[in-house]
Write a protein that binds this ligand. Structure first.
Ligand code: CLF
Ligand code: SF4
Length: 480
């Protein structure tokens, strides 16, 4: 995200998906108003959320546009950091244009400060670009898994095109053509385009490097390579056929390889089509339609909520600007802790290798108790800075008490989820998990509570360097 023009920075600074920095502070909501889809992907079962933008799991409530508008206003009042309303399923939003655009139209009028965002498979995109532009929809995601119809034929068994089903290679060729045309049309209109790709080992993994090059050349702003989710119990073709998902290492390898060509998104959580809250949390259950219908949402309510959002947005934006300014300022000569993206001329880090660190984070800080973390952000840390490279989900380990008592099997799962990480940074950690994590070859560290992640991670890297732990390749770690 460095080197971004001021105009682009302004457009993405409060979008949690388009800006990694913003994802620590701003929330999004998905309105599940789009039930139908015009294609079939081998990783999707119609009964589940659109796998392009969400992990498999049924949408709890399909909404009418009127319900979606009411729910959005209720959520945006209760969560002032909600800055974006996205429509991402459970089918394809542009295969349901009336429902999708009715929702956008009303929200543009009633909550003009909320950014509108849409995610599509791209088949109907060229026909919708004009209307997207009219409604001031500034952010569009296209899921592009291939640019070669032979690869596409292995991912898409059919599409619904001009009132009939088209199969195999021909279907993939039409879909690819529409996706590329839609991308070019959006870029020509000045709309920011993110491309999502699902990494399917043995099918499109190598090919995605070419996809990345092409979409960048056509003006896509960001590429998000996500791992295939394929479980037999989801009833998808890939799940039933035993198609495997990529490992975290394989995913990172491909994202690194694509990064030379363009901005890569590393903080995607593959959220549900009805997700609510910060990325990585789901507060959907707090806002069922039953609860929303019981609320009085009138003009005054909406005006007051908009004012609260503005106040919070101004405050967070000022904090982020100040943080960026601090990072650009020259470092004091004796400064030992090097903040993100800075490197004093005198420093020699050639002796140290990069280290993967898992962080129990909140709001961009090392602020979560190990046992309370639902996920860990994974950073690749060097003496120059800390770069987010992924995240690992975990079952909640702690029972909420002061001591981390039971739950050994959950702890074992957490340790497995952290495979490849050498350090886990958290605000606090109990004695029992400490011992088991250490025994598994991961160094627990609770020495940097409430510090900025980059600052804390680089400080720990320097401690490891000083202790002579970074000269050789990482030791093989036992898996619990
Ligand atoms: Fe939603 Fe998608 Fe808009 Fe974001 S999600 S429609 S761009 S507001 Fe974000 Fe969720 Fe990843 Fe999507 S983390 S699945 S990239
Ligand atoms: Fe499923 Fe989305 Fe693919 Fe349609 S585009 S088949 S809803 S994953």
């Amino acid at each position: 995200m460095n080197g971004m023009s001021d105009d682009i920075r302004r457009r993405v600074q409060d979008h949690p998906c388009y800006s990694e920095e913003a994802h620590h502070h701003f929330a999004r909501m998905h309105a599940a108003v789009a039930p139908a889809c015009n294609i079939q992907c081998h990783y999707c079962n119609r009964k589940y959320d659109c796998a392009n933008e969400s992990r498999p799991g049924v949408v709890s409530e399909l909404l009418t546009p009127e319900q979606a508008v009411k729910k959005t206003l209720a959520v945006a009042a209760a969560i002032p950091r909600m800055s974006v309303l996205g429509i991402a399923g459970p089918g394809d939003p542009l295969a349901n244009p009336e429902r999708t655009f009715a929702t956008f139209r009303s929200l543009a009028e009633m909550a003009p400060d909320i950014k509108l965002c849409v995610s599509t498979n791209g088949l109907a995109l060229p026909d919708s670009v004009e209307e997207l532009a009219q409604h001031n929809i500034d952010h569009v995601t296209i899921t592009i898994n291939c640019v070669d119809p032979d690869v596409g034929a292995k991912i898409y068994p059919w599409i619904f095109w001009k009132n009939q089903r088209v199969f195999g290679r021909e279907a993939a060729e039409i879909l690819i053509g529409q996706q590329q045309k839609g991308l070019e049309m959006l870029v020509a209109k000045g709309i920011l385009v993110k491309v999502n790709s699902v990494m399917i080992p043995g099918v499109n993994d190598e090919h995605l490097k070419e996809v990345s090059r092409i979409v960048k050349a056509k003006g896509a702003f960001l590429h998000n390579v996500m791992p295939l989710i394929a479980e037999a119990e989801h009833g998808t073709f890939y799940g039933v056929m035993g198609q495997r998902s990529p490992s975290p290492d394989e995913l990172k390898g491909l994202q690194d390889a694509c990064e030379g060509d363009m901005n890569m998104m590393r903080h995607c959580r593959q959220c549900r089509a009805d997700a609510v809250g910060l990325l990585g949390e789901d507060r959907g259950a707090e806002f069922t339609m039953e609860k929303v219908e019981a609320m009085v949402i009138d003009e005054e309510f909406s005006r007051a909520a908009m004012a609260r959002r503005k106040e919070l947005r101004d405050k967070v934006t000022a904090e982020m600007d100040a943080k960026r300014a601090r990072a650009r300022a020259p470092a004091p000569v004796q400064q030992q802790v090097i903040t993100l993206h800075r490197r004093p001329a005198s420093a020699d880090f050639s002796a140290g290798r990069p280290v993967l660190m898992a962080v129990a984070a909140k709001g961009g800080l090392v602020a979560e108790h190990f046992g309370h973390a639902r996920e860990f952000l994974v950073y690749e840390v060097t003496g120059e800075g800390a770069k987010l490279v992924g995240h690992r989900k975990t079952d909640l380990y702690c029972d909420g008490g002061d001591t981390c008592g039971d739950g050994e099997s959950v702890l074992a799962k957490t340790i497995r989820a952290l495979e490849g990480c050498e350090v886990v940074l958290c605000s606090k950690i109990g004695f029992e998990p400490w011992g088991q994590i250490e025994a598994a070859g991961i160094a627990p560290n609770g020495e940097h509570p409430m510090e900025e992640i980059g600052t804390a991670a680089v400080a720990v890297w320097h401690e490891m360097l000083a202790a002579g732990k970074l000269a050789h390749a990482a030791p093989e770690r036992q898996v619990a």
